[in-house]
Design a protein around this ligand. Sequence first.
Ligand code: ADP
Ligand code: MG
Length: 245
Amino acid sequence: MSHSKGEMLYEGKAKRLYRTDDPDLLIMEYKDDLTAFDATKRGTSLGKGAINNAVSALLMGRLNDMHVETSFLNLIDANHSLVRNVKIVPIEVIIRFEAHGSLCRRYGIEPGLVCDPPLYEICYKNDDLHDPFITDQIAVLMGLATYDELAKIKYMALTIGHTLREIYLGQGIKLLDFKLEFGRYQPAGESEARIILADEITPDTCRLVDAQTGEKLDKDLFRFDMGDLGEGYRKLLDKLQASAG
Ligand SMILES: Nc1ncnc2c1ncn2[C@@H]1O[C@H](COP(=O)(O)OP(=O)(O)O)[C@@H](O)[C@H]1O
Ligand SMILES: [Mg+2]
């Protein structure tokens, strides 16, 4: 079954979404562009989009196999994947195994503090407001989601966190934290929408370090000019592909 690229629905910082001939399906295109610090820092890295497409496909594919439903359906080519068309819940979900980044800035926590059990955090996805930290109560008050949906999202996010942590550890990589987005998927003919994992799981949205050497393998390479981003991302994909056998 092949679907051709229709009208562009949305262009974001890292991806473009296109309609297909099926209203339930979209084509996701991964760009080589990078942004950080609320898009105040911008750049591009040749080949980054293709690596992210492959990483997300591999990880979401694993989750689908475990019956954790994601928007990913199949790879189309280097930079494109076929995905389920969801209504995004405007919440960014963050799971942390160690304290880094905004958590440390916000509360003055020493970077590297271990979060055991993993920390679950939600933010309102709104660039103008700089994605502020919110609670379930605030999310419901704002009509972003229901308590039932939030419970489902939390359960799925923690399950996904555990799974990703194990996959990466198996390859000698430590997952320190990551961000997820969820959506409501209601295919034609179904009476109710269900919450599924959407968007991406890539080194743009995770903090990852080599467990042995501490070498960074994620977007911090770009954020803090810490080294060759393409090289770090490529190393990560190679290790994941090795784990897939
Ligand atoms: N399966 C999907 N269906 C519909 N929208 C999606 C899906 N996956 C991701 N999105 C949305 O598409 C956009 C992806 O582009 P991206 O470049 O990441 O945007 P942003 O600049 O908002 O981070 C995001 O707004 C994301 O919420
Ligand atoms: Mg994004």
